[in-house]
Design a protein around this ligand. Structure first.
Ligand code: PDD
Length: 287
């Protein structure tokens, strides 16, 4: 049986339904979704799902793609076109398509809307339910695996946007011990009052930055004092210098943390030298 999906204003064949590769849902998990059970071709608990949808969108500051009345019409049309009597209707709304950047597109772009509907064999699910089901336990790790370079970047995107709105280029995450973990899209470093280079150790819940590792080679070769000792925001504000590392930022000197200037508020000499040395080494080794 032919299936149809609603994609940004049109119903298309399910097998040909596609969103742009730079959709922020695809690249950053920057979107929300809802799933309605369908009974007898009708949406169950419709109001509850709508209320949560509007709340999720508002929390993420994604524009409502259409009114509730219009959305209800499109959802019903998806159910009708797919001839779903018993099943599920799925809706996904993302912040839209924009050149990849963690912070929100400015000016804003229209949100992307995808709707699908599928039939379920209610007799089979009833038979299964009648037998009862089992569960297993897993640790609560949502999301404690920042070591994986996952595209689940919604928290990073929100942090980057917060930084941008406060006139900064990066946001540093602080853990519940008050220690900086890393940036929204970079690793975080300081040169403390004693002149020691410090960045978070990789046993912490951070991404093991490749730029960080290459820079460590530079630091070891130069004999600069270095320690993987975590630091607080207060220590960063009292530091001689600070910088961030990443494939995008390379080595970028940081001159202020939460509005507090570091030293004279100019890029420090060590960070500036490390940027040059890193670029030189990375250029040499580039294949
Ligand atoms: N981000 N930490 C996070 C959370 C990152 O997203 C990145 C890189 C880094 C630095 O990793 P590396 O040195 O391997 O680039 C640390 C990329 C540049 C991005 O999302 O655009």
């Amino acid at each position: 049986m032919s299936r149809f999906a609603y994609v940004n204003g049109r119903f298309v064949r399910h097998g040909e339904a596609a969103v742009h590769i730079e959709d922020r849902g695809y690249q950053l998990a920057d979107g929300v979704y809802e799933v309605w059970a369908v009974f007898d071709g009708k949406l169950a608990d419709a109001e509850g799902h709508f209320t949560r949808l509007w709340r999720s969108l508002d929390e993420l500051r994604i524009a409502h793609p259409m009114s509730q009345a219009s959305l209800l019409m499109v959802l019903r049309e998806a159910v009708r076109r797919n001839k779903v009597k018993e099943g599920l209707c799925y809706l996904q709304v993302t912040r839209g398509v924009a050149r990849r950047d963690h912070a929100f597109p400015n000016p804003a772009v229209p949100p992307s809307v995808v709707i699908t509907a599928k039939s379920l064999d209610r007799a089979a699910t009833e038979a299964k339910a009648a037998l009862g089901a089992s569960v297993v336990s897993v640790p609560e790790t949502r999301w404690a695996r920042c070591d994986i370079k996952s595209i689940g970047l919604l928290p990073n995107a929100l942090a980057k946007q917060a930084a941008r709105e406060r006139g900064a280029i990066e946001a540093w995450f602080v853990d519940d011990m008050g220690l900086v973990t890393e940036g929204a899209s970079s690793n975080a470093w300081i040169i403390d009052a004693e002149g020691t280079l410090r960045t978070r150790d990789t046993n912490a819940n951070i991404l093991r930055g490749i730029t960080r590792s290459t820079l460590l080679e530079v630091i070891r070769a130069s004999g600069l004092p270095f320690s993987e000792k975590p630091f607080t925001i207060a220590e960063a504000q009292a530091a001689k210098e600070a910088f961030i590392t990443g494939a995008g930022s390379l080595v970028t000197p940081i001159v202020a943390v939460d509005g507090v200037k570091l030293g004279d508020g100019k890029p420090g000499p060590v960070a500036t030298r490390l940027r040059r040395s890193y670029i030189e080494l990375a250029r040499q080794k580039a294949v």
